[in-house]
Design a protein around this ligand. Structure first.
Ligand SMILES: *Cc1c(COP(=O)(O)O)cnc(C)c1O
Length: 395
């Protein structure tokens, strides 16, 4: 179906942060798919885990115990706020389940009228009918019939509007610690803390969408850890499988307890192959020093990007995001699509995001030398995009 605007590039092979087309051209991948190939391409440990598991057993269904899923869930619980985990296959599915979980919680507490999730303008939560309603963006919703009920939107970062929106029908606040698709816009750590406090004050749940920000991308395993808060429930996907489809809902017991047999499920969810991939990714990300390394290389990249933005005032306005989820905010005259194409012409893959931002989400395994190479290519891409008057003025 004509659902995608694909670039005319097809990759045959990858290694680490690099991809090669069939005709031998090499690209530095600072998109990781879309923030998904978290430990790079063809990581030997991930390749081996998938190959060995595929040769044993790929799928048995949730009618039986799945040791790989039990192991992965136990590790996620051990390293997060959560008491239990549900596995699915994508971000939208994780969010769909998270929305069900917060509604079920209030229904079981005797308050079925509390089914509204408060979301934020600029959010992206997925493409299913409920997650489209949570996303709330008219551009994605139009033409798909009645919008699923039970979602409200308030301006991102506005605590007064948030508090005004809370009433007797509110079930939860759902938020991305950094709005990814919406333009790599971070919530301030203070805003996240105030959301936690408001949720506690009104007896509602804090549901974090860490589909894009989680699994080490921010330099900590979960982005909310920078704020020192804990959600009640959280979704994860994208980087969790390192490129293999996998999603998860992590929850406190007080939420998870109500999702009894028959209330929710998935045929593929948490199958042995996907969980073998998830465990292999975690082996890499939880290895001693790995996340410190992500933080270090991210700071190096940020320094370079701030300099680059300073050197190219006719192209870039600034740098935003956190860790290895970085947005180069472009001037209104330069479209992010144009800049993305200029980067491709220089051999660098990036991803556009909302609000005219060029998104960089490299694999977490990049080196400082690779960050420098990306900066060199971006610098040349900026030159390609610099309007001729600005170029003349700079001479
Ligand atoms: C990508 C994304 C989703 C949707 O994930 P899919 O795997 O495409 O369904 C949901 N929330 C956030 C924050 C995302 O970045």
């Amino acid at each position: 179906m004509p659902t995608y605007n694909r670039a005319d590039l097809a990759f045959e092979r990858g290694e680490g942060a690099w991809l090669w087309t069939g005709d031998g051209r090499r690209f530095l991948d600072f998109g990781s798919g879309i923030a998904t190939a978290s430990i790079g391409h063809a990581h030997p440990h991930l390749v081996q885990a998938i190959a060995e598991q595929a040769a044993r057993v790929m799928h048995t269904s949730n009618l039986y115990r799945i040791p790989q899923a039990e192991k992965l869930a136990a590790r996620l619980v051990e390293t997060s706020f959560a008491d239990s985990v549900f596995f699915c296959n994508s971000g939208a599915e994780a969010n769909e389940g998270m929305i069900k979980a917060v509604r079920k919680y209030h229904a079981e507490q005797g308050h079925p009228e509390r089914f509204v999730t408060i979301c934020f303008e600029g959010a992206f939560h997925g493409r299913t009918l409920a997650t489209l309603a949570a996303t709330g963006n008219e551009k994605y919703i139009a033409g798909f019939g009645p919008v699923v009920q039970g979602f409200k939107h308030v301006p991102f970062g506005n605590m007064n509007a948030l508090r005004d929106a809370i009433d007797g029908t509110t079930a939860a606040i759902m938020v991305e610690p950094i709005q990814g698709e919406g333009g790599v816009r971070p919530a301030s750590l203070d805003f996240l803390r105030q959301l936690r406090a408001a949720a506690d004050e009104f007896g509602i749940l804090l549901a974090l969408d860490e589909v894009q920000t989680g699994m080490g991308r921010s330099g900590k395993l979960w982005a909310h850890q920078w704020a020192g808060i804990e959600p009640d429930v959280m979704s994860s996907a994208k980087g969790i499988g390192g490129g293999f489809p996998l999603g998860a809902i992590l929850a406190k017991e007080r939420v998870a307890q109500y999702l009894k047999p028959g209330t929710h499920g998935s045929t593929y969810g948490g199958n042995p192959l996907a969980c073998a991939a998830g465990n292999a990714v975690l082996d890499v990300i939880l290895a001693p020093g790995f996340l410190d390394g992500v933080d270090r290389v991210a700071r190096h990249l940020w320094r370079g990007l701030l300099e680059l933005a300073h050197r190219h005032p006719a192209v870039a306005e600034g740098v935003q995001g956190a860790g290895l989820l970085v947005g180069l905010k472009l001037r209104p005259e330069i479209s992010n699509g144009e800049m993305q194409n200029a980067a491709v012409a220089e051999g660098l893959l990036t991803v556009a995001a909302g609000m005219n931002v060029l998104r960089l989400a490299p694999p977490l395994i990049i080196t400082e030398a690779e960050a420098d190479e990306a900066l060199r290519l971006l610098d040349r891409a900026c030159l390609r995009c610099t309007p001729s008057q600005a170029r003349d003025a700079a001479k």
